[in-house]
Design a protein around this ligand. Sequence first.
Ligand code: SF4
Ligand code: SF4
Length: 341
Amino acid sequence: MPHRRTIFIPSAGPAEAHRTAFCDLLARLESPYKKGDMVGIKLHWGERGNLRFLPPFFARAVVSWLRDQGVGAFVFDTTVLYSGGRRNGADSLRTAAEHGFTEDYLGCPVVIADGMDGRDLVDLPAGYRHFQTVQVGDVFERASGFFILSHFKGHLEGGFGGAIKNLSMGFASRAQKQRMHSDARPALIRESCTRCGTCVEVCPSHAAQWGEDAYPCYDLELCIGCAQCIGLCPEVALRLCWETDEAVFQEKLVETAAAVWRAIRGKTLLVNALINICSECDCMPGLHPLIAPDAGFVGGYHPVALDRESLKIIGSCPVDQAHPGIPWKRQFVYAGEIGFL
Ligand code: SF4
Ligand code: SF4
């Protein structure tokens, strides 16, 4: 397979032209799938209230393209750290349906990769500077191939969000998301705590314990910063930590993507949609301002090559202007340093 090759099909819209361009791109990709395969389509169906997410038409087109090859499919995403429309599986499926991502419309099941309670997880080997392993949704047994469908746009901490981020934050467990955002240490928001005991149950180092007042407490000497308690607390009663070293964030993002890529490369296609290119991630509600005109669709066989090509097409100015000072170029330099090329 031509590892670094990318294919760009321009489209400036309207919506019908985007649809034609997307289907044209699918027809030109070299499919790694064979008859009888089951392909997991990773996408982002948008936070509740987000108005810039990639419409479900594109996922349906992939499902139909796969079906023509005798290949089955399901679409999936993972739950998120913060409260909103995707904190747990039930809420996230509801949000997906509100945005048109239903089995009826897509022609395939809609799946929460980390499970309805966020506990269907697997640790992938990493062996990098920040992560020895990365924890992601356990979707690998279910699929014999993957299709990474990413909406290319700005991102608060990454500068831009495309294929690398979709593999990284997109596959990550809630705990792994917290580990990427910041070195986590639990801090209880007492008024939100229902004393359900989940944090004590899941803590691997016995740092989370019951205090004498019957509320949980956390021994920071024993705490290894794994973020399981923060990720799995059903009430979001443990404070999320967002403060981050921006360069370290880029490296952690890349390490997580690289570990996922090692698990799925060779049987995966990727497409970045360069339409509705707005300033913020689809994780955030709202109608975020557009930062570049619609450009079209880029397909390929490696996430780093795909994001590099996407940035070449729209230019780096829109990203720098939307998120000044974010060292997003570090993603590409660091990918080279760890051999994720
Ligand atoms: S998991 Fe959350 S709600 Fe449950 S006891 Fe721990 S802090 Fe409280
Ligand atoms: S971060 Fe991990 S080790 Fe620390 S208290 Fe929470 S679950 Fe335990």
